[in-house]
Design a protein around this ligand. Structure first.
Ligand code: NAD
Length: 520
């Protein structure tokens, strides 16, 4: 019989996994509570984007290993769903404490593998930690509903039950936050989970899994498989996986949405973005310019909620010069440098792609008012650094506008009126976020009503909702019905069951009727 770590009310502590003592760079899978080396002959290098050093290697999990991870999750499910919800919550309570205690370790891992600054990496962990905190109240979140006496002596109530084995597929840009959007909600609802971290930066997921087990998560409840397209396709096709959570690009997301739904699975797919900030001339210039610079260049523009496009309305166009000045003052450096404002982009390919899109902008008539290409960071000459870059006079037909650039590039457009600015945003296919900067309540209210974006900021550049709400991207930025975390997240990971019960002494002389029952 499977030995569960949570045999008593005590929280168990998992011994330091053996892979950490070895000299191998290869990271293991996590299957049924053990960190196991993959037998695969193929692996992918995880590269520090500031130095090009190989940090670790990700195995391309074999089919057999993948199946054993799903089997472990399937086997753990009956025990785990039967575990009291208060026990499941307590594990999250312990996990949030352990994440806080390991904040620096997680942040350092993220900076090493992903490149963002240490401070930003802490924010990455913290925004995920908040989801864990929210999951500590799962009993209330998962409550059903009850209507007494819907008919004479009959009551109806609904309960939210876990689905079974769920899976999550993660992008590279938030190595801690996004796994934490997924598994804490799923497992606290009573599901078991198979996580596939990004092959570019799997380290934070590994640390989080260790912490989750140290917090008392029983063997098999959380499993990790590494890999790329084949592993993802195996997740989409597997008969035992009931739901798939995906965050990443549109190419992968729409493929996963179609393939996993065709197998009858629930899918929630958060995808790419082009977030606009509309600037009205009545806005506070200083606060607005700071917000635009921070939201455009923070994390080197590699946030799905990065404010990558500014629409200056009317006279606010004249602020562009100041925007350039502020962007110029940012410090580009290795993420471990305490003064760094932005670090490198994730890969050489990503850097080339950004260069290509900037160049295409220039060739189609945009003005390059700040060129961050070809910067060199002393001591890190091999790093994938790009300095803050600003393209002005951009129009909607340009490739640099239509494509998500995902780098430290801010695109500036202009409009004569708020209506025109709203039109520009609404014609864009994405609908993740949009912000307005103004001191006019009427303008803000009009914007809130008419804008076609799922997350709206009013003088707030990156309006990512906290976990008591949900992450509500729309249009091409999301596929599915139920969003990540919050009430929708709980609904996504649970099946509703509605019970109608009758407890009464049968009425004397009640006859037999074949008519459709109606309320009496
Ligand atoms: P990506 O789509 O390249 O990779 C995401 C995951 O999908 C990875 O685990 C990868 O292994 C897998 N994958 C990639 N291509 C695949 C394919 N063809 N078939 C099957 N699986 C595939 O995304 P990324 O570059 O890691 O992340 C950046 C993207 O994620 C950006 O578009 C960004 O906007 C988006 N993102 C969105 C949100 C959101 O909440 N909307 C949050 C973060 C990132």
């Amino acid at each position: 019989p499977r030995i569960f770590a949570l045999a008593s009310s005590e929280f168990s502590t998992v011994a330091e996994p053996s892979w950490k003592h070895g000299t191998s760079l290869r990271i293991p899978n996590l299957i049924g509570g053990s960190f196991v080396d993959s037998q695969s002959s193929e692996s992918i290098d995880v590269i520090n984007p500031a130095t090009q050093e190989v940090v670790s290697q990700v195995p391309l999990t074999t089919d057999k290993e993948f199946k054993s991870a799903v089997s472990a999750a399937k086997e753990a499910f009956p025990y785990w769903r039967g575990t009291p919800i208060t026990t499941r919550q307590r594990i999250m309570f312990k996990l949030q404490d352990l994440i806080r205690k390991n904040m620096d370790k997680l942040a350092m891992n993220i900076t090493t593998e992903q490149g963002k600054t240490l401070k930003d990496a802490q924010g990455d962990v913290f925004r995920g930690l908040e989801v864990v905190e929210h999951a500590c109240g799962m009993a209330t979140l998962q409550m059903g509903e009850y209507v007494s006496n819907v008919s004479n002596g009959i009551d109806t109530y609904s309960i939210r039950e876990p689905l079974g084995v769920c899976a999550g597929i993660c992008p590279f840009n938030f190595p801690a936050m996004i796994p934490l959007w997924m598994f804490p909600v799923a497992v606290t609802c009573g599901n078991t989970f198979v996580l596939k971290p990004s092959e570019k930066d799997p380290g934070a997921s590994m640390i989080l899994a260790e912490l989750a087990m140290e917090a008392g998560l029983p063997s098999g409840v959380l499993n990790i498989v590494h890999g790329t397209n084949d592993t993802v396709n195996a997740i989409c096709d597997d008969e035992d996986i009931r739901a798939v959570s995906f965050v990443g690009s549109n190419t992968a997301g729409m493929h996963i949405y179609a393939r996993a739904s065709a197998k009858g699975k629930r899918v929630q797919s958060n995808m790419g973005a082009k977030n606009h900030g509309i600037v009205l001339p009545d806005a506070n210039p200083d606060a607005t310019l700071n917000a635009l610079v921070a939201a455009g260049f923070g994390a080197a523009g590699q946030r799905c909620m990065a404010l990558s496009t500014v629409v200056f309305v009317g006279d606010s166009k004249s602020w562009e010069e100041k925007l350039v000045e502020r962007a110029k003052s940012l410090k580009v450096n290795v993420g471990t440098d305490p003064d760094a404002d932005l670090g490198p982009v994730i890969s050489k390919q990503a850097k080339e792609r950004v260069y290509r899109l900037v160049q295409s902008g220039v060739e189609s008539g945009a003005k390059l008012v700040l060129d961050g290409r070809n910067i060199v960071v002393p001591g890190y000459e091999q790093g994938n650094f790009i300095g803050p870059t600003i393209l002005s006079d951009v129009t909607p037909d340009m490739e640099c506008y239509k494509e998500e650039i995902f780098g430290p590039v801010l695109i500036c457009m202009q409009a004569d009126s708020l209506d025109e600015a709203i039109n520009i945003v609404n014609r864009n296919k994405y609908g993740n976020g949009a912000a307005i900067f103004t001191t006019s309540g009427a303008a803000a209210r009009k914007f809130q009503t008419e804008i076609e974006a799922g997350q709206v900021g009013i003088n707030v550049p990156i309006p990512v909702p906290l976990p008591f709400f949900s992450f509500t991207g729309s249009k091409a930025s999301f596929a599915g019905d139920l969003n990540f975390y919050g009430k929708a997240g709980v609904q996504f990971y649970t099946q509703i069951k509605t019970v109608t019960q009758q407890w009464k002494d049968p009425p004397i002389g009640a006859g037999l009727s074949l008519a459709m029952p109606t309320s009496q």
